[in-house]
Design a protein around this ligand. Structure first.
Ligand code: ZN
Length: 754
């Protein structure tokens, strides 16, 4: 039913692209042709093709090192070749541990042996492929064999331990049990080890993705009692192969010894289901867990320590495995040395229908249609490179090693990188560098939402208004015609492009209306996906239409369609957040001192269950943000200058510029995002070169813009934060100068026509 209705909507509601004003960066003539090619492209994208490809690629488990991982890479290679791409496989040899021995048992007060296994579900045909499934584990866990009392630490974040301190509970010498939650899984063993714990366990609580959300699998789509979230716990110093930081894991590369690899955890860690966690949590005594720490299980959550005493053993095979990146090129006709790169990983933890194949099959459907357009006479101006990455799940291995290997040519040639990964039903979500905000938004205006009579832009825009926190934010959103791109950290394969090579990047997906979640489980497979997620594959079509049109738009524009005004505004906002953070901490510190003095904590404390007050904190000093604010003024001025040059181009009727002057302006534009790099990297994570866009050391996937300053602020290291401000200001000034150059060359190119 839904399918027929959505097709009907498509027939009458797709806006006529040809009648619109020229696309940004396009001459009027090129724009009209482009609209026609993009319309043909979008019409060709087929949900049936997407379904068939997803079924094929998810038919067997395909993690790094498995036979089907290699078979999939070769199958994808064959498809790219058949569609007219110049395609090859690039291999890298990387450290990829797999479990040799896993034991988790409770020795007291009762004896219990954890199953450490996800049960087969009769209706789900691939859930029984036991011999090919990776066991449940966290990759890059240290080996260890420990017996200790158990402590419940909520999600295991640093804030959780501050509350444990006040409860008088120490994890020194203990094994901690945390629930998966907002904080990233690698934070659990990292902070636990910093606090002196000897082992760690992470379980999936039904409140997060189980029966508290909806019916559990197979009746519904939510994680069942035996479902386990695998995942990497590689530390945050650098992504990619732990043995070859900063360089490609090629045959001749210099490799660290295993003992020298900084990104392997310090203590063992195992992920478990809530059916394995329930007996352990039920056996804890000690303080009742604070209200916000309680999950969805039918028990009173206690913190411990003990009396539950647990034996945890984890040992891995520390093998080097070969990974297979498929790289497919469609050479540009007029600007072959300018590259537009599109990627999605193909490896999974198990069958991986949603993660990553929902994104991978959209990517392949784009490539199939671009190949067909190419055969019908469409020749992209720039070179288009499609990448199917291997080894993303363990630590972005395929994309990081490839970018490290080719970093100098990538920095020289790459216009932008477009990433996707998982894909579900619902709203378009786009994150990235905001120089791409305008072009991505323009593309989203021209893609039809599959289930409502509006564009994917309109739907995401209205959803953002509905979710806005206050009237000011709503008013601001209502004035916008674009989609705000939030900064990216390191959650997927854009990381090395953006954070290491300074390449403008965007990450696209649909989601938010899911009837389930089986993240990194054996149940993330074709049966589950086609019953509970994008059941008619129309959001796969929407992703292919959005990402593929963005590739085409970037590949064919006369002038690379960057606009820096949204980026200057975003970076100014990140600077505001730094100042606000200091101000909030000053106010908090003053308020806490007052409350300690007037006895607030004593008054609200239950004398029978006393919770000691938090410690007094030293008052943060004022910091000098002036150098950064001055640099941001310069960035704003040059961004305005470039926007003005674009407006002037449009006001002149978007004339065709000679190839040579286009090449000059485009070279300026391609260079700008590289200017945000500092070759020395972040002060304590030198792999991360980008001074604006980076993840946090403790936040995992999430972004921490201006991390060089922000990380020190979060740790109350004021002098070090202050010392970083001038060097961030310098990269902003460099970028401002680069944009100014582009604006001048663009204006001169236009003036030369008259
Ligand atoms: Zn993924």
């Amino acid at each position: 039913m839904m399918l027929r209705w959505s097709y009907a909507v498509l027939l009458f509601a797709v806006p006529s692209l040809a009648a619109s004003p020229p696309f940004v960066g396009y001459s009027a003539r090129a724009s009209a042709q482009q609209a026609e090619w993009e319309r043909k492209f979008q019409e060709g994208v087929s949900p049936e093709e997407i379904r068939a490809t997803l079924r094929h690629l998810s038919a067997r488990p395909h993690h790094v090192g498995s036979p089907y991982d290699k078979e999939n890479a070769e199958w994808i290679l064959g498809k790219f070749k058949a569609w007219g791409f110049d395609a090859k496989i690039e291999t890298f040899d990387v450290l990829f541990p797999t479990p040799k021995e896993r034991v988790l048992e409770m020795l007291a007060p009762t004896v219990f042996h954890a199953t450490l296994e996800e049960p087969t579900v009769a209706q789900d045909p691939t859930s029984g492929q036991k011999s090919e499934q990776l066991p449940t584990y966290n990759a890059y866990s240290a080996d260890g064999d420990v017996t200790a009392p158990l402590v419940y630490v909520n999600t295991g974040s640093r804030e959780d331990y501050e509350l444990l301190d006040r409860l008088g509970v120490s994890v020194k010498g203990a094994i901690v049990i945390a629930r998966y939650g907002e904080s990233w899984r690698g934070t659990v063993p990292k902070v636990a080890a910093e606090r002196g714990a000897v082992g760690s366990i992470i379980y999936s609580d039904p409140e997060q993705d189980g029966f508290r959300k909806g019916d559990s699998f197979p009746k519904g789509g939510w994680r069942p009692a035996g479902g386990v979230q695998r995942g990497s716990v590689m530390d945050t110093d650098y992504p990619g192969d732990p043995l070859t930081p900063g360089v490609g894991a090629t045959p001749g590369a210099k490799r660290l010894k295993l003992s020298e690899a900084k990104t392997i955890t310090k203590i063992p860690v195992l992920p478990i289901s809530y059916s394995d966690a329930l007996p352990l949590l039920s056996a804890l005594a000690g303080p009742v867990a604070p209200a916000q720490w309680r999950g969805g299980l039918p028990i009173t959550y206690h913190v411990g320590p003990g009396p539950a005493r647990v034996h945890l053993k984890m040992a891995s095979n520390w093998d080097i495995k070969t990974i297979y990146d498929v790289i497919a090129t469609l050479k540009g006709a007029t600007a072959p040395d300018e590259w537009v790169i599109r990627g999605n990983h193909h490896d999974a933890w198990v069958n991986g229908a949603d993660d990553p194949l929902a994104g991978q099959v959209a990517l392949l459907e784009e490539a199939r249609n671009l190949g067909a357009l190419h055969a019908a006479g469409w020749n992209p101006a720039r070179t288009i490179i499609y990448c199917a990455w291997d080894g993303e799940e363990p630590g972005l291995l395929g994309s990081v090693e490839w970018v490290e290997t080719h970093s100098s040519e990538l920095k020289q040639h790459t216009v932008a990188y477009i990433n996707s990964d998982t894909n579900e039903r619902g709203f378009l979500s786009a994150g990235g560098t905001q120089d791409l905000q305008r072009v991505v938004s323009d593309v989203a205006h021209g893609v039809q939402d599959p289930e409502t009579p509006m564009s994917v832009w309109k739907r995401a825009h209205l959803a953002a208004i509905a979710a806005a926190k206050d009237p000011d934010e709503r008013a601001d959103l209502r004035k916008r015609n674009d989609l705000v791109l939030d900064a990216l950290g390191d959650g997927s394969d854009y990381t090395s492009f953006q954070d290491f090579a300074g390449i403008s990047s965007v990450d696209l997906s649909f989601g938010g209306e899911d009837d389930g979640d089986q993240y990194h489980s054996i149940y993330d497979d074709f049966y589950w996906y086609s019953h509970f997620v994008d059941t008619d594959f129309v959001y796969g079509r929407a992703l292919a239409q959005t990402a593929g049109s963005a590739v085409m738009r970037l590949a064919d524009a006369d002038i690379v369609p960057f606009d820096y005004a949204p980026q200057a505004a975003a970076i100014a906002k990140y600077e505001d957040e730094l100042e606000k953070l200091v101000k909030d901490k000053q106010e908090e510190s003053a308020e806490r001192a007052t409350e300690l003095e007037e006895g607030v904590y004593t008054a609200v404390n239950d004398p029978r269950r006393p919770l000691p007050p938090p410690p007094a904190e030293a008052m943060p000093p004022y910091l000098n943000f002036a150098p950064l604010k001055n640099a941001l003024d310069a960035l704003q001025a040059s961004a305005d200058h470039y926007s003005h040059a674009l407006e002037q181009f449009e006001a002149r009727g978007s004339p065709s510029l000679p190839l040579a002057s286009r090449a000059l302006v485009n070279a300026d534009l391609i260079r700008v995002s590289r200017l945000f790099l500092n070759p020395k990297g972040l002060p304590e994570r030198p792999w991360f070169k980008n001074q604006i866009y980076a993840p946090g050391a403790y936040t995992g996937y999430g972004a921490k813009p201006i991390a060089a300053v922000r990380e020190y602020l979060d740790e109350n290291r004021w002098q070090e934060a202050d010392a970083q401000v001038p060097q961030v200001a310098q990269v902003v000034l460099n970028a401002a100068a680069g944009i100014e150059q582009a604006a001048r060359d663009f204006e001169a190119a236009q003036d030369a026509l008259h």
